[in-house]
Design a protein around this ligand. Structure first.
Ligand SMILES: Cc1ncc(COP(=O)(O)O)c(C=O)c1O
Length: 399
């Protein structure tokens, strides 16, 4: 792809990753150039980068309403934050209270939660996956029915990465705490799109990722409520409160901090701009493209997400055709594409093979314009018509 083609491509895949904001790059640059000290060093160079990390920690804490910077532990991203939350908590709790060997999660979590759960199963823990409704919601009553005092941890995502559903976290936290268990939420897709307040929600832990909120890749954080003890999963020099050893990714952390500050400031504008464009796309698609359906509800979904099923179309073919025509979109989770499996999220929502195969996720961002989304819907409409005409299973005479 030439540079010109790259810049004329319309990017509708912000659930996979986002462009790094100019302000973030500016803030990071000195830490890639002259400010290269190791934050653990005592000299001026070290103190300079240690101060920068502290400022970033403060900005992350502010974005989620944490009461102290001590509650923020930087990681290499959302995946590591989830691993730390799940393994670090489960192993610690069980060492103190051996009968607490159960973990409850949902059937629509990201692999960054499901896989650590599998790992814990191999170590003798019992995991339970709550079902979801056809619209992708965990029912608090389902949690109430199965929770017991054998449960060490409940981990339910705040917003889903494929269909964008927002879960009733506060209610789920209350049920969890009444049963004497801890609550973790993967808020990787919710951050920057919803105002987050860990204290109001009452969560014990929350995972965040920088590259979903216009920050750099390879950095994230785990919020851990004060006085909650969990065990590290990476051991070494004792950085990050002894919870995550290794010399800190200073430029990344600085960029993540700035991205959190920006996300916090622009929240209302983000919601207006991005949800406005998203609603417009949904209206046009449902009106203009026959046999299309929006998955999930119109409300209780994050501002950037529109997830459709186009009956009689193969989503993979659709993505390739869209890409050839200058539109970057996705069928679902970018992180599981390598595994070439059908979406476990859509399966859990009870979708048929055809409904899953014909699915498309458009996820928008601050960089998108009305003109872009108009062009995207026009292309989508004609590509779908073309694919349906080519399909051996489609007949024009079928209603
Ligand atoms: C809900 C959710 N959790 C976790 C992750 C993993 O985050 P990271 O890419 O920072 O490891 C993702 C990434 O797509 C995600 O969507």
């Amino acid at each position: 792809m030439t540079d010109d083609e790259h810049y004329s491509h319309i990017y509708l895949d912000t659930a996979a990753s986002t462009p790094v904001a100019d302000e973030v790059i500016e803030e990071m640059l000195p830490y890639l150039k002259e400010r290269y000290g190791n934050p653990s060093s005592i000299h001026k160079f070290g103190r300079e980068t240690a101060r920068a990390i502290n400022l970033a920690r403060k900005r992350v804490a502010e974005m989620i309403g944490a009461s102290s910077i001590r509650e923020i532990t930087f990681t290499s991203g959302g995946t590591e934050a989830n691993n730390l939350a799940l393994k670090g908590t489960a192993i610690h709790v069980q060492s103190k209270m051996p009968k607490k060997n159960m973990i409850i999660t949902s059937s629509i979590e990201h692999d960054a939660v499901l896989e650590p759960c599998k790992d814990l199963e191999d170590r003798g823990f019992v995991t339970m996956h709550l079902p979801v409704t056809g619209e992708g919601f965990v029912r608090p009553s389902e949690l109430k029915n199965v929770i017991s005092d054998n449960v060490a941890l409940v981990s339910i995502m705040y917003a889903n990465n494929e269909v964008g559903t927002i879960q009733p976290i506060k209610e789920l936290v209350e049920i969890t705490h009444q049963a004497g268990a801890l609550f973790h939420t993967d808020a990787v897709q919710a951050a920057g799109k919803l105002p987050l307040n860990v204290k109001n929600l009452g969560v014990d832990m929350m995972s965040l990722s920088s590259h979903k909120i216009n920050g750099p890749k390879g950095v994230g954080a785990l919020y851990i409520r004060s006085n909650l003890k969990i065990l590290p999963i990476i051991h070494g020099g004792g950085q990050e409160w002894y919870l995550r050893s290794g010399t800190e990714n200073v430029p990344g952390i600085v960029g993540f901090g700035k991205a959190c500050e920006l996300a916090n400031k622009r929240m209302r504008h983000y919601q207006e701009h991005v949800a406005g464009l998203r609603n417009y796309v949904v209206e046009r698609v449902l009106k203009e493209i026959p046999r299309s359906r929006l998955n999930g509800l119109r409300t209780e979904r994050i501002a950037n997400n529109a997830h459709f099923t186009f009956f009689g179309v193969n989503g993979e073919d659709l993505i390739i055709k869209l890409d050839e025509n200058g539109i970057a979109a996705s069928t679902g989770s970018a992180c599981s594409v390598k595994k070439q499996k059908q979406s476990h999220v859509l399966k859990a929502m009870g979708f048929s093979y055809e409904e899953i195969t014909g699915s498309l996720r458009l996820s928008l961002g601050m960089h998108n314009t009305k003109d872009e989304v108009d062009r995207a819907v026009n292309v989508l409409s004609s590509v779908i018509e073309e694919l349906r005409e080519l399909s051996p299973f489609e007949s024009k005479y079928v209603g």
